[in-house]
Design a protein around this ligand. Structure first.
Ligand code: HH2
Length: 265
């Protein structure tokens, strides 16, 4: 999953792909490098980020999704917590909703069921503005696992096809360094009911903490190493900024595992 942030303030690539033309170019590059899925986001969820208005978020993501859909048949997800944005994105051609709040809003559940889109259900403690102030768990692995399992029951109970669901522990979303490491260690145990596990760790802050360096650019190679590691721990979808090196790492892992590498060039 290649990340396409159409935002002025994302932590890693804010402002770079803000115009629709630049965004589309970046999407094409990631597809050329082997992305199967492009995740378009119009609101930064970095710790402390200010919320964006509905109209502004729609204005950012819809033109990019429409233009990308016109030239590409792969999967396009919209990274949003707002059902109105998700609806506009689906009308424009998105076929997956990536909701970092885990579909807390009932209208989002109804929309995903009615439009029968794929859904990424992520765990987050709190909300982006405050989530890193003092994250606390008794047992982070058990709490995230049981939250995702409970969401599975609730969402399928509300009529969402289980085949549409993907789960994500939400690395960095209301988690300390130790929490993130525990979740990465747990791997596939976190995914509910055998549904695929998605991991988003690309260039995140915990990597900088472990290395003792601040620069976001210095987090790229460790991201690639962790992509290979998390694949071994059962992750099936890897949300990354830099597609080529991560795709190459996955090609190596799949070759060693002896699995077919269909779609990996
Ligand atoms: N991480 C970010 C945003 N969306 N979605 C899922 N499912 N999982 C994640 O781990 C995840 C996510 C944060 O990364 P990024 O999009 O690069 O930054 P920002 O939120 O500042 O735009």
């Amino acid at each position: 999953m290649g990340i396409l942030n159409v935002t002025p303030d994302s932590f890693s690539d804010g402002g770079i792909h803000e115009s629709p033309v630049a965004a589309l170019e970046h999407a094409r590059r990631m597809i050329g490098e082997g992305a199967d899925l492009i995740d378009v986001g119009g609101e930064s969820t970095r710790p402390g980020a200010e919320p964006v208005s509905l109209d502004e978020e729609i204005r950012r993501v819809v033109p990019v999704i429409r233009a990308l859909r016109a030239e590409w048949e792969g999967s396009i997800s919209v990274d949003t917590m707002k059902p109105e944005v998700a609806a506009a994105a689906i009308d424009a051609g998105a076929d997956v909703v990536n909701d970092v709040s885990g579909l807390r809003v009932r209208a989002m559940v109804d929309l995903c069921r009615e439009r029968r889109v794929g859904v990424v259900v992520m765990h987050m403690q709190g909300l982006p503005r405050t989530m890193q102030l003092s994250p606390e768990y008794d047992d982070v692995v058990e709490e995230v696992r049981s939250f995702l399992a409970q969401r599975h029951e609730e969402l399928t109970g509300a009529g969402i096809d289980p085949e549409c669901l993907v789960y994500d522990p939400g690395i960095g979303f209301g988690k300390t360094l130790e929490h993130n490491l525990a979740l990465l260690r747990a791997g596939v145990q976190l995914a509910s009911q055998g549904r695929p596990l998605l991991i988003g760790l690309s260039r995140k802050r915990f990597i900088g903490s472990l290395l003792g360096v601040e620069a976001v650019e210095s987090r790229s190679w460790p991201t690639v190493a962790l992509t290979a590691w998390t694949r071994e721990r059962g992750a099936m979808i890897h949300r990354v900024h830099e597609v080529r090196p991560n795709r190459e790492a996955l090609t190596m892992v799949e070759a060693i595992r002896g699995r077919p590498t269909a779609g990996i060039s």
